[in-house]
Write a protein that binds this ligand. Structure first.
Ligand code: FAD
Ligand code: NAP
Length: 299
């Protein structure tokens, strides 16, 4: 990991947030259905000392008060979706990848309630001001000695955000290792940032796979069970295990999981089954976690 002193941390807090201005807000998945829109939002700021590293998150403070407390809305965290130079390359922007959130209140029976901050962000227009805090997060970062390590990036939905910046930094930074990127989504037209990630396939050491849950069928449900036999990231892992097992077994390799809370429950058993094959005991995933070679950011 980067030297702990070099990791920016809480440069701005909720009491004195950084004010950014939206310079782009575009859909990166189909506009319909509205409830599942995903937006790529680029926010410009003026402070050249504000910085972040892919794998960190920034806080966003939505306007208004929380009706439950009457106090100002609490900040929500969003993974940084750009590399540390930002999408404009000048170190003065941060990008976010946000999915609209809707939820049902089981207590009151109210359905399809709009999440406060995700909908605020997706509705922002160019020129709108946004209150930012952070950055935060020290554990989900690429180490400075990344060039010859192998990486396995596993994500679902907006969990792809940190990997967009990380992949850019790897391939612009003289990377020589082997990198796997497996992304899970419901439909082919929701493969986020596909147009940016596919070109990395020109590097022979980059392996890019998608698991399209509602359009592909899980051919090995007895081996890797999934909901309604859907194609999930963990199934792709099992299908490519001949190449992935040696990659994960390399002592210098790192495995990153980001996205839906619960995705790890299907992924870790696959890793554990590989561990049994390699004589690593019953809980290889726990060993890798303890060695800080398996890193999780799920929400
Ligand atoms: P909220 O309004 O906060 O609602 C969220 C949930 O809170 C609801 O589902 C419900 O369970 C509960 N809730 C809210 N109000 C009530 C109430 N009155 N009574 C009972 N329960 C209630 N999201 C992304 O889209 N992209 C990212 O890159 C991303 N990165 C993240 C990184 C981290 C480290 C973390 C922790 C989260 C990340 N998230 C990301 C999720 C994000 O922080 C928000 O949680 C998400 O956008 C939902 O926020 P919201 O304000 O829209 O919903
Ligand atoms: P998504 O499309 O809902 O999911 C991405 C992919 O992950 C889909 O293919 C999905 O398959 C698959 N998946 C689901 N469960 C999995 C599991 N256990 N293991 C592996 N893969 C699994 O992702 P998204 O578009 O980013 O949407 C995220 C959803 O999370 C939104 O509905 C949003 O409201 C919600 N969210 C909630 C909060 C919160 O605070 N509670 C925060 C952020 C986001 P299937 O769907 O086909 O099964």
């Amino acid at each position: 990991m980067p030297d702990i002193m070099d990791i920016p941390n809480n440069l701005y807090r909720a009491t004195n947030p950084l004010i950014g201005e939206v310079i782009e807000n575009k859909f990166i998945a189909p506009e319909e259905p509205f409830e599942r829109q995903v937006c790529h939002i680029v926010i410009r700021y003026q402070d050249p000392n504000f910085r972040y590293i892919p794998g960190q998150s920034v806080g966003v403070i939505p306007p208004g008060a929380d009706p439950k407390t009457g106090k100002p809305q609490q900040l929500r965290l969003y993974s940084v979706a750009s590399d540390r130079k930002g999408d404009l390359g000048d170190g003065l922007t941060v990008s976010l990848c946000v999915v609209r959130h809707f939820w049902d209140n089981e207590k009151t029976g109210e359905k399809n309630i709009a999440g406060v901050c995700s909908n605020y962000l997706c509705d922002l227009k160019v020129g709108d001001k946004v209150k930012l805090t952070g950055p935060v997060g020290r554990h989900f970062l690429i180490p400075p000695d990344f060039k010859d390590r192998d990486f396995i990036f596993l994500s679902t939905g907006t969990g792809i955000a940190p990997f967009r910046g990380m992949l850019k930094e790897l391939f612009e930074g003289g990377y020589r290792g082997s990198c796997w990127h497996i992304f899970g989504t419901q439909f082919k037209d929701r493969v986020l940032y596909d147009g940016e990630i596919k070109p990395y396939e020109k590097h022979p050491n980059f392996h890019y796979l998608t698991a399209v849950s509602r359009e592909e069928v899980n051919p090995m449900p007895e081996h890797v069970p999934t909901r309604q036999n859907r194609m999930y990231v963990q199934v792709k892992m099992a299908q490519h295990e001949r190449a992935l097992i040696p990659a994960v077994a390399k002592p210098s390799s790192l495995l990153y999981i980001c996205g839906l809370k619960g995705m790890e429950a299907g992924i870790l058993p696959v890793i554990d089954s590989w561990g049994r094959e390699l004589g690593q005991g019953e809980n290889w995933s726990q060993t890798l976690k303890a060695q800080r070679r398996l890193l999780l950011e799920v929400y």
